[in-house]
Design a protein around this ligand. Structure first.
Ligand code: G1P
Length: 299
């Protein structure tokens, strides 16, 4: 039986330049889908999967993220005194246990692999999860939970995987797999390459931002030189597991992934999560139908 996964790393040091000017003062991870910050979706998914320790790799200017996870007694008191119990409950559900969150600074933007490596002392010698909050996944059973259940049977390393348009290969880590593994959730990975050109992609199966990794990957990161884009790549450290004879699996999760690192993905997620909310659904649907029929949208 694989060792239990209780720690997760959230790399959130990026500048979020694609969302400028908003990200001048608001960390991208705090931007809201409907009424919850992006990072809350990742935290809820991690909690559902049994994660107990949450390690944020941050950078300068991410103070709002730390504040977000702080308890807010004044606000709670105010809501309590006004009898707003529903809002109180929402607020409370975001509270984290004391000591459950740690923040590590990534002092230089040297890539995702480097960000994960910055958390090595907090991980120690245990398997751990990595969650990229930009990838928001709507699913009946949260994606990381699906993966942890599979990982409990396989051990090794596991990455979330999804088929993408080959033209988009250069935006992802791409998996090399044996032919014939066209269906089923688990695929055995033979190799991995970060952001290849379409013609060099070994398959159309891409890595999505959920990983369960053996602590050996942190040792591999120690040895790594910069790879694709001049950055230290997590993909390369996982690929090194294969050359050392350790297993890597791709897991085709059930669910819909939104790339909230892009504006279009963020807007799509906003609409989709809005439609999923009972109190918003009817209004939003009517509005969308109107504008799709070419009626004038509210100005
Ligand atoms: C990162 C990883 C890449 C992965 C992607 C998933 O890239 O390096 O392997 O496919 O996340 O979203 P990024 O999108 O941060 O450039």
């Amino acid at each position: 039986m694989a060792k239990k996964v209780t720690k997760a790393i959230f790399p959130v040091a990026g500048l979020g330049t694609r969302f400028l000017p908003a990200t001048k003062s608001v960390p991208k991870e705090i931007m809201t889908l409907v009424d919850r910050p992006l990072v809350q979706y990742a935290i809820d998914e991690a909690r559902a999967a049994g994660i107990k320790e949450f390690i944020f790799v941050t950078s300068r200017g991410k103070g709002a993220l730390e504040d977000y996870f702080d308890h807010s007694p004044v606000l709670e008191q105010e809501l309590r005194s006004k009898g707003k119990t529903e809002l109180m409950e929402i607020l409370k559900s975001t509270n984290m246990d004391s000591g459950a969150i740690a923040y590590i600074r990534q002092h230089k933007a040297l890539g995702l692999g480097h960000a994960v490596w910055c958390a090595r002392r907090l991980i120690g010698n245990e398997p751990f999860a990595v969650m990229l909050p930009d990838d928001v996944i709507a699913a009946d059973k949260p994606c990381l939970q699906q993966m942890i259940e599979a990982y409990n049977e396989t051990g090794g390393n596991m990455v979330a995987a999804m088929e993408v348009d080959p033209e988009k290969s250069s935006s992802y880590g791409m998996l090399d797999i044996d032919e014939g593994q066209t269906d089923g959730e688990l695929v055995k990975v033979k190799g991995m390459v970060e952001k290849p050109k379409a013609e060099d992609a070994p398959s159309n199966l891409a890595v999505i931002g959920r990983y369960i990794l053996s602590p050996n990957v942190l040792k591999n990161l120690n040895q790594l030189k910069s790879g694709s884009g001049g950055e230290i790549q997590l993909t390369d450290a996982i690929a090194a597991e294969l050359t050392q004879g350790n297993d890597v699996y791709g897991y085709r999760f059930k669910g819909q992934r939104f790339d909230c690192g892009s504006k279009s993905g963020f807007l799509q997620a906003t609409v989709s999560f809005g439609l999923a909310r009972e109190e918003l659904r009817d209004d939003l649907r009517a509005y969308l139908q109107d504008i799709m029929q070419g009626e004038t949208a509210a100005q």
